[in-house]
Write a protein that binds this ligand. Structure first.
Ligand code: PLP
Length: 441
């Protein structure tokens, strides 16, 4: 970048930042003013490498002119249309293009505006499906400790990360939590751990406690992302699938982070060879450019709901003002074209070994307590301090000052660069991690 963009900061009193300590932020603001490729620039022109694809959104890197052009064209053609009893051609086009990427059998797509909306849509869709086939008693859901499924009330009910639910008691749905799959013996395991398959039996236990026929669906992130990349043990997702089948329970994969080549295949379901009944997507759906999410389900699920409905009323009483927003569809179609034309999922797959070699090369650093990774997604667990999360936020700040943006959750850093990252930039990101995490803090 030739010129600093703007060296003075704006008035910061009025915007209440999400998931942020607003007091600390105002003392030490971290403001990005420009982005291109795998780089951000701060308001005063300092370069910061993007080690987390924004928030795991920008798989094709920042500032893609193909997406900007498509968005501009769509704005000037049809900027908005409602999708309640109306439609725009582009939403059908986008759903069809998406269906071509999805796991076999999942080809019906419902659009929303965020990952959290996708999760709540999926919850309601599962309830509507069971009710449509005369099993309305299935109202319980199952998720997992340490799970993150967004912040709407449904997703908060599913949440297994304590801080995300602690202040919001009284939320609606009945949820039972399976144990998370991490254990001491998995420390520093690369790819899928050999141990932990037995944790899938928690689902059988929940079925014994509540009755399998009272459970509507099991929600899991195939790789638990926000907690810091917990990779499923070998055979674990397969076993969940088998237990769900035995009890007539729907299996939902929340692929908001894992979708669009993050793990190698387009979606985790294909990567691990386990097909869910329903899956959620967001983030890289539009390369992070325009807010949008999608829920895909098996053909038969939609058919059941549609066929059970009577009269002229909508079959699924659900939807958002911004469902299938034409501008978001344009951004999504352009993003899918980039992924296809540049072979980005294959590129991520080809880069994964180098990426994971680099990550596991951080093993002996002073601050590192565990490393986990799969595809182009890794978790760096830091040695905890007296207060949980303090080390994570301190490391995140030090990395930012040293020129690297990464997402931190508690004392874990989540390292997931864009699939377009060049080897030289990846090496530079790893050098910053080496330097900062190698210091005794
Ligand atoms: N589900 C998962 C697995 C996520 O990781 C996230 C966000 O990180 C969400 C849902 C919520 O998405 P959003 O922040 O777009 O609402």
């Amino acid at each position: 970048m030739d010129q600093p963009l703007q060296s003075t900061l704006p008035v910061m009193d009025h915007h209440w930042l999400p998931f942020t300590n607003n007091r600390l932020f105002r003392q030490e603001p971290q403001v990005f003013a420009k982005a291109e490729g795998v780089r951000y620039w701060t308001h005063d022109g300092r370069e910061v490498l993007d080690g987390s694809s924004g928030l795991f959104c920008c798989a094709a890197g920042h500032g893609r002119p193909e997406i900007a052009d498509a968005v501009h064209r769509q704005l000037m053609t049809l900027d908005y249309t409602p999708h309640f009893q109306r439609a725009a051609p582009i939403s059908f086009e986008f759903a069809t293009a998406l269906a071509g990427l999805l796991p076999a059998g999942l080809d019906r797509v419902f659009f929303g505006g965020s990952g959290s909306e996708a999760v709540d849509t999926a919850l309601k869709l599962c309830l509507a499906y069971h009710r449509s086939r005369g099993e309305g008693q299935r109202s319980r859901f199952v998720s997992r400790q340490w799970a993150y499924h967004g912040v709407n009330l449904g997703g908060t009910s599913l949440a297994g990360m304590v801080a995300n639910r602690r202040d919001f008691s009284g939320v609606t749905c009945a949820v039972s939590h399976m144990r998370h799959t991490w254990s001491e013996e998995q420390r520093y395991s690369r790819g899928q751990p050999e141990t932990g398959l037995d944790k899938a039996e928690d689902l059988e236990e929940i079925c014994r406690t509540y009755g399998g026929d009272t459970i509507a669906a099991v929600f899991v992130e195939p790789v638990a992302g926000s907690i810091g990349t917990i990779v499923p043990p070998k055979g674990y997702l397969e076993r969940l699938r088998a237990i769900c089948d035995a009890h007539g329970i729907l299996l939902v994969f929340d692929e908001v982070i894992t979708g669009f080549g993050r793990l190698g295949a387009p979606f985790a379901g294909q990567e691990f060879g386990v097909t869910p009944d329903v899956m959620t997507m967001a983030k890289a759906l539009t390369n992070g450019t325009i807010p949008m999410s999608a829920v895909a389900c098996k053909t038969g699920i939609q058919q059941t709901i549609i066929e059970a409905a009577r009269g002229d009323r909508p079959e699924f009483f659900h939807g958002y003002t911004y469902s299938a927003h034409p501008v978001a569809c344009a951004a999504g179609l352009a993003a899918l074209s980039i992924y296809r034309d540049e072979g980005l999922f294959e590129r991520g797959q080809a880069m994964s070994d180098r990426f994971l070699d680099g990550v596991f090369g951080l093993r002996n650093l002073a601050q590192v307590a565990d490393l986990r990774g799969y595809g182009m997604m890794a978790g760096i667990q830091l040695r905890p301090g007296a207060v949980p999360g303090e080390k994570g936020s301190r490391a995140q700040r030090a990395l930012f000052d040293a020129g690297l943006h990464v997402k931190a959750t508690g004392d874990a850093l989540i390292f997931a660069p864009a699939l377009v990252v060049e080897e030289a930039d990846l090496d530079r990101m790893l050098e910053v991690l080496q330097k900062v995490l190698g210091r005794a803090d």
